[in-house]
Design a protein around this ligand. Sequence first.
Ligand SMILES: [Zn+2]
Ligand SMILES: [Zn+2]
Length: 235
Amino acid sequence: MIFLRSLLNILFPSQCPLCLSASDNHSHNPICSKCWSTITRYEGPACSICGLPTVSSYTRICAECLSKKPPFAEINCYGIYDGALKESIHLLKFRGVKRLAKPLSELLLSQVTDDYDAVVPVPLHINKLREREFNQTALLGRFLSRSINKPLMLDALIKTRNTKLQTAVSGKERRANLRGAFSISNNISGLRLLLVDDVITTGATVRECAETMKRAGAQEITVVALARSMPRINT
Ligand SMILES: [Zn+2]
Ligand SMILES: [Zn+2]
């Protein structure tokens, strides 16, 4: 195994985009082992429902979750969208480095139990899927579903409207941008579902997905994601 790994590294040499040293591990290539080891789980204070990390250690639920009960049971994010984790998600999503889906999905594994009926990835609109040729959350969901031995429901939730990029619209417009953008094409009535996403910013996307699935009769939705991008703090 070690021999095979060294051979693969000789055959496919590359440079770590973070520290510029030679990549030394095929499984999370081109991120080197040293940079990969800096990917750590966020352990700081966070909302116990949506995982928002700005809540003080005295408050267990954030203002948004307090004002309106979220359609999901909880959001479990592995880390903060920064450094090697951010770079790895970028490489997978925008550069098509699909091999990173496996080591990234292993990070998700530490955030989930096997207490679900099925795994549902956050879908891409068909136009976006044609452009990118694959859906990164579907790749993550596939590894996850194999690891916890639960079916992957790729077609349960579909994106019927091609929305503006969430980062291109302001906070308030984000929910409106997504309203009615998803629909259900499979019977999910009574199911406890694990919704998989890559990065959570305001949570508007997973909120809309979970609401759509709840309306279709899903019993419970738990969200798992790789990273949380830190919201801008008003000072
Ligand atoms: Zn490196
Ligand atoms: Zn919250």
